[in-house]
Design a protein around this ligand. Structure first.
Ligand code: F6R
Length: 598
């Protein structure tokens, strides 16, 4: 149950366990959060055993009911299976099984696997072999974990395009879709490759391909401990993760300048000669990571003069993008498992492009399938809404942009070092923002009964506005939209009405002062139409004061880096508004942390 709780962020609409005990198999399943399963187990305990499987679900096929919750069992109740992903050919398999007399009792795609495993096991009496045979018949993306009463000391797992990691302890072993589930027991892990089956026994772990051939295994040490995934005194993981941002930003910058003063990104194994040839950068990502990409575009184009496109990973491959060996594709993903992003990078590699992953999860699929990876060092992010991962993604993007500038000679060494010095100041600046969030929280609470909040920004403030709106949608379940402030008069200004809260991210008056002046006019325009203006502006910017109903100050920061500080009040704002509306901050409705289906 402790392991499942650690994974609950991935899906939390139902849960279940099965345990091998007394020569048989016993299971319990419950719709709703894990706590419902706990109550069920307290009321009707299962026999105790040391071999078992469990699951928390995010529904794809069939609603979140007891009957659709995993594990799924065969008709004889001998085999239990849990599954993440989607089995695309399940309808055909289901019809086939029904014809052979199997009675399917749920609406899930998963249940067919239990029945197929039962059939193969009765022929082979070997669960791993049964799993290999079944997997060869499945299409789609899946992680499967199964246990059979006929092999009481064995758990078998399989993966295709969906995460699964093995934890190797002393006289014990674990399988989970994320190391967080077993980190309290062991920090020694094995990465499973695509199309592999793993068999866990008391005395060890065996990995083969779906074809039965022994597979090479790569072990690694998990470099964070269980306490990193605990709430540490905060009410919510999100609050803890917001507070961890100064450290996460600093950690992501560690060790990036070598003795000669040059920027080093050792993990980026793409040779400098190839980076010099790059004639286009394409960033693919989803959600918050996509917003990091939108901001990165400004830095990449400004510092390297290479054209940069940013595209939603889910749209990318379907429009037949123009890519070749001179395109550098950057895939940004906290989890490293987002299916849309994975499919986009695979498409890019098929076209001969090099892919660089920016990722927070060591050993996950996206970095493993990329040509190179730059890890963010945010530590485990558990709250569904991304915060510290976003800031560290931005830092990583800035580093990549500078590195490209360095190898291509579009940036001098001292210019690069100056930006890295500015980046090093950000940790302290974020710290200062966090210290002054009291009025933002109060403001958020006062808006709890509003229906709509709009967000406006220009230049790098535009993606910040999009991110502020996304956070509010997913956490507070309010209508929130982000606009480029210049677009206002082309339509959205019609939305402005009396007392409508509008958050405006104001660019620095230094540097691009033209933009600053324009946005100050935009603020006046909306205020004249009744909007309640919530203005986020740099310390010392006095021109906005007369037009701000609420003023949030952020430290003076170089323009391109300003999203690193400007986003933080918006995270706090959304978190507080969600709390005031009685929503579950860490696990918003309908969402899952890691979206491993397309
Ligand atoms: C929003 C959020 C999501 C993720 C998106 C991509 O707060 O967390 O929008 O950013 O699902 O996830 P990763 O970065 O894991 O690929």
């Amino acid at each position: 149950m402790a392991g499942l709780r650690r994974l609950e962020y991935r899906g939390y609409d139902s849960a279940g366990v099965a345990v091998l005990a007394d020569g048989g198999l016993a299971a319990a399943r419950k719709a709703g959060k894990l706590v419902n399963l706990e109550k069920e187990l307290a009321a009707r305990p299962l026999p105790s055993g040391t071999t078992g499987i469990g699951h928390t679900r995010w529904a794809t096929h069939g609603g979140p009911t007891d009957a659709n919750a995993h594990p799924h069992l065969d008709n004889a109740g001998q085999v239990a299976v849990v599954h993440n992903g989607i089995i695309e050919n399940f309808a055909g398999l289901r019809a086939e099984l029904a014809e052979r007399g199997h009675e399917l009792r749920s609406e899930t795609d998963t249940e067919v696997v239990a029945h197929l495993l039962a059939e193969e096991f009765s022929a082979t009496a070997d669960l791993a072999e049964a799993m290999r045979l079944v997997c060869r018949r499945l299409e789609g993306a899946f992680t499967l974990v199964a246990a059979h009463a006929g092999e009481p000391d064995v758990v078998v797992g399989a993966r295709r395009n969906s995460p699964l990691v093995v934890g190797v302890g002393e006289g014990e072993a674990f399988l989970a879709s994320d190391v967080a589930a077993f980190i309290a027991h062991t920090r020694s892990a094995i990465e499973l490759g695509q199309d592999q089956v793993v068999e866990l026994r008391r005395d060890g772990v065996t990995v083969t391909g779906f074809d039965g051939r022994p597979a090479e295994v790569r072990s690694y040490h998990v470099d964070w401990d269980a306490s990193a995934a605990e709430k540490g005194g905060y009410d919510y993981f999100m609050l803890k993760e917001i507070a961890e941002q100064p450290k996460a930003v600093a950690d992501t910058l560690l060790g990036r300048i070598d003795a000669s003063g040059a920027l080093t990104l050792d993990e980026v194994r793409i040779p400098a000669s190839e980076l010099r040839e790059v004639d286009k950068v394409v960033i693919v990502a989803c959600g918050t990571a996509f917003h990091a990409g939108l901001i990165a575009k400004y830095a990449i184009e400004h510092w390297t003069r290479i054209p940069c496109e940013v595209e939603l990973a889910s749209e990318f491959r379907y429009r037949d993008p123009i890519l070749d060996s001179r395109s550098l594709v950057i895939a940004i993903s906290q989890s490293g498992e987002t299916m849309d992003t994975l499919m986009a990078l695979r498409h890019a590699r098929e076209q001969g492009s090099k892919v660089l992953a920016i990722c927070n999860t060591n050993g996950s699929t996206i970095p493993r399938e990329s040509d190179a990876v730059l890890y963010t060092h945010a530590g485990p992010e558990v709250a569904v809404a991304s915060t510290k991962a976003f800031l560290t993604q931005l830092v990583a993007c800035y580093l990549v942009a500078l590195y490209l500038g360095q190898v291509r000679g579009t940036k001098w060494g001292d210019e690069i070092r100056a930006v890295v010095r500015d980046l090093a100041q950000i940790s302290g600046a974020v710290e200062r923002v966090l210290e002054t969030m009291g009025p933002v929280r109060e403001l958020a609470r006062s808006l709890a009964d509003k229906d709509t909040v709009l967000f406006l920004g220009r230049h790098v403030g535009y993606p910040v506005a999009l991110e502020g709106a996304l956070k509010l949608k997913e956490l507070a379940y309010m209508h929130a939209e982000g606009f480029a402030a210049g677009e206002l008069k082309h339509g959205p200004i019609a939305l402005i009405e009396e007392d409508l809260p509008v958050v405006v991210v104001v660019p620095s008056p230094r540097g691009r002062s033209v933009l600053h002046d324009k946005i100050v006019s935009n603020i006046q325009e909306i205020r004249a139409r009744g909007a309640r203006t919530i203005v986020i502006a740099e310390e010392g910017d006095e021109t906005v004061v007369p037009y701000a109903d609420h003023l949030v100050r952020i430290p003076v920061t170089p323009v391109l880096l300003s999203p690193l500080v400007a986003t933080v009040p918006l995270q706090v704002f959304a978190c507080e508004l969600a709390t005031a509306r009685g929503n579950e901050v860490d696990q918003p409705r309908n969402l899952a942390k890691s979206v491993t289906v397309e």
